[in-house]
Write a protein that binds this ligand. Structure first.
Ligand SMILES: [Zn+2]
Length: 141
């Protein structure tokens, strides 16, 4: 059996399939409502803003900002083998939705990490079926 650093979802919810398929191609896909125009995350069969079922998938820019974070020095779940300490991050995407991820490629030091800092997605392929979106500090322009 393959050894992964974290447990993966199984079985996948059918409404989330375009999300996981997009990640395999290094694309962050979000469901967007045709009626109210708002994107949301996590994937659902109804728009959480207006309850419309008219959803389409759009590719997110991959840019956002750090909304909140926590530096973990102990694993909350023994199945997660990510080396400690690491940064659990709530990312607010440019399109609006927030998603829970990890902030990587920065020292897990509260003096360096700031809420509202610009971040960008980086894809981590775990195996042929799963790629996860992590975030790193956005490159200066
Ligand atoms: Zn809507």
């Amino acid at each position: 059996m393959e050894q992964l650093e974290r447990p993966l979802p199984a079985p996948l919810a059918p409404e989330a399939k375009p999300y996981w398929e997009g990640l395999k191609q290094n694309k962050l896909m979000l469901p967007k409502c045709n009626d109210c125009g708002k994107a949301h995350f996590y994937p659902r069969i109804l728009c959480p803003h207006c309850h419309s079922r008219k959803l389409t998938w759009v590719e997110a820019s991959g840019r956002g900002k750090l909304f909140a974070f926590e530096i973990l020095h102990r694993s909350f779940n023994p199945a997660v083998k990510t080396p400690l300490p690491y940064v659990l991050a709530m990312i607010e995407l440019e399109e609006g939705p927030r998603m829970l991820s990890n902030l990587i490629n920065i020292k897990p030091d509260p003096a360096l990490i700031r809420c509202d800092m610009p971040v960008q997605v980086i894809y981590s392929k775990l195996n042929d079926n799963f790629t996860l979106p992590f975030f790193q500090p956005a490159e200066a322009k």
